[in-house]
Every structure is written in C-alpha cells, then in structure tokens.
Design a protein around this ligand. Sequence first.
Ligand SMILES: O=P(O)(O)OP(=O)(O)OP(=O)(O)OC[C@H]1O[C@@H](n2cnc3c(O)ncnc32)[C@H](O)[C@@H]1O
Ligand SMILES: [Mg+2]
Length: 202
Amino acid sequence: MTRSHSGEAIVLASNNAGKVREIERLLAECHVHIRPQGEYGIPEAEETGLTFVENAILKARNAARHSGLPAIADDSGLEVDALCGAPGIYSARYAGPGATDEANLRKLLADLKDVPEAERTARFQCVLVYLRHAEDPTPLICQGTWEGSILSEPRGTSGFGYDPIFLVPSLDRSSAELDPDTKNRLSHRGQALRRLQEQLSA
Ligand SMILES: O=P(O)(O)OP(=O)(O)OP(=O)(O)OC[C@H]1O[C@@H](n2cnc3c(O)ncnc32)[C@H](O)[C@@H]1O
Ligand SMILES: [Mg+2]
C-alpha cells in the first residue's frame, strides 16, 4: 500500500495495443493493477494540446471522468532533428487523421529520403500522467527520452509504430529488432514508467 495510490484498479487511458502491452509488462512486476480504457468503453479523448504533457493530461482526465477511477495516460512521439522536431506530438497522425503505423512510417522515410545518415538523428519522447481522479489538481508527471536515428529502410517486426525505422545506436539494432524486455529497459516509455513507479510508491 502506498500514500499516493491505494491499490484499486487504475485505468490505462490508451487505445494503442503496443503501448498497453509494454506498460502492462512493466507494471506486472510491481503490484499495480491496470485495466485498458477499452474494457470500460471509454470514448477517445481529443488530443487538442500543443505539448505531450497537455495531451497526456487530457487523455488521463477523460478516462478518470468516465470510469470514476484513477488513470494513467501516455502521450509520446518521435522528434526528428532534420524535420525541426516533427512529427512530435503529431506522430500518430503524421500521414493524416486515422493514419496507420505503416503510412506514418512511409511518410517519414519519404520526407527524409535526401537526408544523409549523419543528419538523421531523432528521439522518442514519452510523458506519462497519473491522475488520482478527474479533478486532481496535482497530477504526477514523468518523462523519458530515447536518443537514436532514423534508418532508410524498416528492420525487424517487434514493437509498433516507428520502431522498425528507429535505430538504437548503442546496439546497432532497430527498436523493432529488440525483445520486449530490452526495449522496456532502454525506451522512453520504460524510463518514464520507472519514474512513475517511484512516485507512486513514495
Ligand atoms: O493516444 P493513445 O490512445 O495512447 O494512442 P496513440 O497511438 O494515438 O498514441 P499517441 O497519441 O501518444 O501518439 C504516439 C505516436 O508515436 C508513436 N510512438 C510512441 N511510442 C512509440 C514506440 O515506443 N515505438 C514506436 N512508435 C512509438 C506511435 O506509433 C504513435 O504514432
Ligand atoms: Mg493518440
């Protein structure tokens, strides 16, 4: 039992199956009981913020309001230096509203087709927000950043989203060539979630 979290279920305010898998795996080790918002039939929040943190708060608040439970949301994305930080907060809709992961990834490769390897640096950002209830005025906010660069062709089949084109320089592998535990150990999401766990048990 902790001061900030009483042990009841927490709603995970995400409809992204890849994120849900990663977060469930990381939280399975501590005794935090999370349930994806899909189980509650919660409608998707509109991501109208201009920052990851604003969008994460909007998603967590929406899930907490509809469920009456505490909520965790993840807003994340890929920042590419040669594109001045795009797609950033628009990563999920880079190729248009409702775009698939494949369409987003192909658009990014096309936009970078003339950019040489040394200038393809990029990073994943993840902001996690925990709200005790929908009107919680002091959300817990944790961030993680994962540095890498953009490959010119997809590699690997694990993960989701932009993983097949995100090169992890220290391993010379794409993020989609990592097993789930290795990705969670290194990733933006893994870093943010470990920080959140510390705060939840403080
Ligand atoms: O908002 P929810 O319902 O959580 O799901 P979403 O997929 O819309 O999530 P975001 O709005 O946070 O957008 C994140 C985008 O960044 C991509 N992304 C985030 N983390 C990633 C990771 O670990 N690997 C690959 N792509 C990632 C992901 O594919 C999305 O296109
Ligand atoms: Mg989204």
